[in-house]
Design a protein around this ligand. Structure first.
Ligand code: AMP
Length: 589
């Protein structure tokens, strides 16, 4: 069995950690960074890029670069590249695969298992899609856990005083607030609320707008329609925003941003913290509603909170911390790096689960995680009404059955539409699956008794079963969920990802051997120039022949992408190395 890691698969950044010798350790990626941008791109040559390399080329390759894919998880959104469509889970799998490979290189062992976190807001399809992404990336997802639950674990609150805690998580693209109850060996999520379209990106956008306006005011040039310039402005805006978490004022400086009639134009704008706070105060204020909603759903007042935990890079902003303090009357804790604490908590949970599977249970017993269902589950009944079976904020796992009947006489099948959401009418909620229950005994309306059972496991994943109580037989249910990938599709995506990984390796090998060939040809050319007179005719001829053969292979393809081409090139390099060995040695001496 390989190592187990915890992964925070974020909207803007992802982070991974593991537990070593009882301590959580954040695993840096291959570039040495502790977080990896959740960005995937396809180069014009067909190479798949993930993380920082994908970010760097984003402005020049916008149509083939995909960021914030997490916003599309569990939907029918697709990315189209060269006529091929990619699901959100396939793109997320590319991020997870890079993380797994980077973790393997760092830990020096294979990584097989992972605990992956999702926002408490995620519905069933989004959780399932996240699990599928892990599978496509070659990971066994031990469990999907909510981000706030992971944060509480990272803070080690499971070992402390029983209390109620608020987790305020403002990341790059989502805002979640959760109220958690920590008891004896139990962490229970009492309530969650949030806004999955609010995060640091919105703050960046405000600063970027300000910089664009100031630049226009100073130079008369509007860079809004120049993608490359705009990308630079956005990066400068993000840096300025981060600076302002520590400084009262900063400057955004972008030389040669545009070309004016009289020459190049430079952006140089001062941004003060107070100007920044003025232009973003409505964004901070937007977190108030969800905070109050979560407290109300949990049935507690802010004064009953033991602690408030800050999660997500955007909680570094002083205005956000001040707002949380004003809302809760508590000094929020941010002693663990807010970008890393979710991944650390996932690692803690991963370690507990893998130890448990090996029969190792920590002293004091296993920690039980009780999460809640984020949105109510209903089925559609006569008149398009959403009849609720499970209320939002019900603790997981949950098992619930209810008996239904037919609406029309002699109906032999019924369609059960499963809905997620809080609205009273079916059409206003999200349909997450439809079940056709067939083979009902012909009977007048209202006579057949059909028991529908909802089971939600500890991962928050829903399974539905149905039983005809008249006959006592279990009925087969067809789930027609167009947005969920089938096992076959997942297998196909895994094969595709593996094939790409193999092709990328061949491409890298190809580049390496081509470089080596060029270096050797240069060396041989110089050797023939200086030592040619000391070589006999036959030897010279052999070198010339091998040199020509190698040049021919190099000219054959732009980039050696087939394994046979790489092998042929390597053989030709070796041949020329041998035949020219004496000449090169003579030239050296
Ligand atoms: P996360 O999704 O938790 O990684 O949060 C990433 C967000 O945090 C991005 O929008 C970052 O720009 C933002 N962020 C990171 N560091 C800081 C900082 N020092 N001040 C303000 N925002 C930050």
């Amino acid at each position: 069995m390989g190592a187990t890691i915890g992964i925070d698969l974020g909207t803007t950044n992802s982070c991974m950690a593991t537990v070593e010798g009882g301590k959580t350790v954040v695993i840096p990626n291959a570039e040495g960074e502790r977080t990896t941008p959740s960005v995937v791109a396809f180069s014009k040559e067909g190479e798949r890029l993930v993380g920082n390399v994908a970010c760097r080329q984003a402005a020049m390759n916008a149509g083939r670069t995909f960021a914030s894919v997490k916003r599309h998880m569990g939907t029918d959104w697709r990315a189209t590249v060269d006529g091929k469509k990619f699901t959100p889970q396939e793109l997320s799998a590319m991020i997870l695969r890079k993380m797994r490979q980077d973790a393997e290189a760092y830990l020096g062992t294979s990584v097989t298992d992972a605990v992956v976190t999702v926002p408490a807001y995620f519905n069933d399809m989004q959780r399932q899609a996240t699990k599928d992404a892990g599978r496509i990336a070659g990971l066994h997802v031990l469990r999907i856990i909510n981000e706030p639950t992971a944060a509480a674990l990272a803070y080690g609150l499971d070992n402390g005083t029983p209390q109620k805690v608020m987790v305020y998580d403002l990341g790059g693209g989502t805002f979640d607030v959760s109220i958690i109850e920590i008891g004896e060996g139990v962490i229970e999520v009492l309530a969650t609320a949030g806004d999955n379209h609010l995060g640091g990106d919105d703050f960046d956008e405000r600063v970027a707008d300000y910089l664009v306006q100031e630049f226009k005011r100073a130079t008369g040039v509007d860079v809004r329609h120049d993608p490359a310039a705009l990308q630079r402005v956005r990066e400068a805006a993000r840096e300025a925003k981060k600076d302002l978490s520590a400084l009262a004022s900063t400057r955004a400086n972008l030389p040669f941003l545009a070309q004016g009639a009289a020459g190049p134009l430079h952006l140089d704008v001062e941004v003060t913290r107070s100007a920044f706070e003025n232009m973003t105060c409505d964004l901070v204020e937007r977190t108030t509603g969800p905070v109050q909603q979560a407290l109300m759903d949990a049935g507690i007042a802010a004064s009953e909170l033991g602690q408030v935990l800050l999660v997500g890079g955007s909680t570094r902003m002083p205005a956000v911390q001040a707002h949380v303090r004003a809302l809760t009357g508590k000094d929020p804790s941010s002693s663990i790096n807010p970008d890393e604490c979710v991944a650390s908590g996932a690692a803690v949970q991963g370690s507990t689960l893998s130890n448990a599977s090996m029969g190792i249970v920590p002293v004091g017993g296993d920690i039980l995680l009780l999460d809640v269902i984020p949105l109510s589950l209903s089925i559609e009944t006569v008149g398009g009404v959403a009849t609720r079976l499970i209320e939002r904020n019900t603790t997981l796992p949950v098992h619930y059955s209810q008996v239904f009947s037919t609406a029309a006489a002699f109906q032999t099948s019924v369609e059960v539409r499963v809905l997620q959401g809080e609205r009273p009418m079916a059409k206003d909620n999200k349909t997450i699956g439809t079940f056709r229950l067939k083979g009902i005994k012909r009977a007048p309306a209202g006579v057949p008794q059909i028991e529908v059972t909802f089971d939600i496991d500890a991962n928050g994943i829903l399974t539905v079963s149905a039983k005809d109580l008249d006959t006592g037989k279990e009925q087969s249910i067809t789930i027609t969920d167009t947005e969920r990938m089938s096992d076959d599709e997942i297998e196909a995506a895994m094969r595709d990802a593996e094939q790409y990984a193999a092709q990328d390796q061949v491409r890298r090998d190809g580049l390496a051997v081509r470089e080596e060939a060029q270096r050797l040809l240069g060396e041989v050319g110089r050797a023939l120039g200086t030592a040619g007179k000391h070589l006999d005719k036959e030897e010279k001829k052999a070198i010339k022949n091998d040199e020509a053969a190698l040049r021919k292979l190099l000219a054959k393809r732009g980039d050696a992408a087939a394994a046979e081409d790489v092998a042929a090139l390597r053989a030709a390099v070796e041949q020329l190395e041998q035949s020219s060995a004496r000449a090169r040695k003579l030239a050296d001496s």
